[in-house]
Design a protein around this ligand. Sequence first.
Ligand code: BEZ
Ligand code: FE
Length: 288
Amino acid sequence: MTIENSITEAARARVAQAADDRIRQISDALVRHLHAFIREVEPSQAEWKAGIDFLTRTGHMCDDLRQEFILLSDVLGVSMLVDAINHRQDRGATQSTVLGPFYVDNPPEMPAGADIAAGLPGAPLLVEGRVTDAAGNALAGAIVDTWQADEAGFYDVQQLDRLGGLSGRARFRTDAEGRFHFWTVKPSSYPIPDDGPVGDLLKAQGRHPWRPAHVHFMIAAPGHATLVTHVFEAGDRYLDSDVVFGVKPQLIAQIEHCPAGDAPDGRAMAQPYHRLRYDFALAPEKGD
Ligand code: BEZ
Ligand code: FE
């Protein structure tokens, strides 16, 4: 038997020695699928080296603020597949989507109605929502973390030097009826960071790097599965081609244009503003 014919079974037999069941299962699948990939692609030595170089550059691009491997997983649709597999049973709950690389742990907590984007350029946007369980019962005291890009399509963490601190993100707590609201600026569609190996890959694949305009939410309440999602702006030109495959029809909402005057939260608006309303339902916590 030639090496080409025997190497896959030899590698499988070797990893079958793993004592841990899950490690053994994952290792066996890894060997089978990697070998099948190589058998299909039949890379030249130069192509294999280019692949190794690509992964090496991806690793070197990573630091505390930039996670190029997550970006790679995102643009290949793998992050959304993992998300889908892990949210099969969430009937009645709001759909989840990718976390993305711009979440910051423990964002600044703000009172209801605060402006999370004070000082950022952009059209004013009032965001209002309600958090319930999957049966529609209000969840009081739920933690609502929100973050978004500004009008120019940049997150605060991409321009900390210029801004001097966090902006366009905050934590709110729902009231007795599960409601929350805040002011911000209307987000724009934006390209994901494409100045690294993932950007090179997108170019080589003939793909654009854009995401449709959205506001991120991470919502947590005791006894419930934490919801990680976004709300996308209806009508955005990239809804059908989000570079990270994160759009689900249920997560698209209309952003209303409102004339100057008293806003629904009582704020006197001297200029026209926008309004986004979206309600969220959390699934029960999983037993694992
Ligand atoms: C985001 O929406 O922030 C995002 C998600 C995936 C990749 C890059 C950015
Ligand atoms: Fe985003």
